[in-house]
Design a protein around this ligand. Structure first.
Ligand code: SF4
Length: 220
């Protein structure tokens, strides 16, 4: 792989995001602003974020808006998911730089492996982003290797502590799941085990709500 393509570059410095939310513990250490960036070219079978894969403009946001949200919610850091965040590396690098200057941490999920990223020299923002990332969760979701793991959905994915901000004991944390309801949508984040899903289905059924399709895993 020689390079990672860049999309929406005409919108610089704005980022094209599919969604954002503030979550506790399900998307990294502490309370975090999670950005799901729009677009991914990998099409992994079983990807839970199907709506975020198309290369199309969704919500264009300026770095200042994101920084303002971080300050207002006093988050520990931001978590970048998708879609594939690195398809917007050119806009992402300066945002991360500003977030780091606020003393906040960066967690990045990518469908590329760390090894393949280190072999890539273009665009240069990729190396800059890796240099500023505290926690990297790498690799595509592989359905056949599905597992309920801390911050990842399949066994081939790995957590890399790229800075000294967090101790290795953080990797011993148990996976969390959160449930929220907004805009008429029930959103399940994390990777609940079958017992949690069964219990949730039972409780919803008591209110006359039936789950017709099991919630998918969260890779990122
Ligand atoms: S699992 Fe990740 S890398 Fe794979 S298609 Fe979904 S967003 Fe892209």
């Amino acid at each position: 792989m020689n390079e990672i393509p860049q999309f929406y570059t005409e919108e610089f410095p704005r980022l094209n995001i599919a969604d954002m939310d503030i979550l506790s513990h399900t998307a990294g250490p502490g309370t975090r602003l999670v950005l799901w960036l729009q677009g991914c070219k990998q099409n992994c079978p079983g990807c839970c974020n199907q709506n975020f894969l198309a290369i199309q403009k969704q919500h264009l946001v300026l770095p200042e808006e994101i920084i303002g949200l971080c300050r207002k919610a006093n988050v520990e850091g931001i978590s970048l998911s998708g879609g594939e965040p690195l398809l917007q590396a050119i806009a992402l690098a300066p945002l991360i730089q500003k977030i780091k200057a606020e003393g906040k941490s960066i967690l990045l999920w990518t469908g590329y492996t760390l090894e393949s990223l280190q072999a890539i020299s273009h665009p240069p923002e990729i190396a800059q982003i890796l240099g500023m990332t505290d926690i990297l969760v790498d690799g595509p979701y592989v359905q056949e290797q599905r597992a309920s793991l801390l911050w990842r959905g399949s066994q081939n994915q790995h957590i890399h502590l790229l800075s000294r901000r967090y101790p290795t004991t953080i990797l011993e944390h148990k996976p969390h799941t959160s449930l929220s309801f907004a805009h008429n949508t029930l959103c399940l984040t994390g990777d609940p085990n079958e017992h949690v899903l069964a219990s949730l289905a039972q409780k919803l059924q008591a209110y006359g709500i039936k789950i017709t399709q099991p919630p998918a895993h969260t890779r990122e």
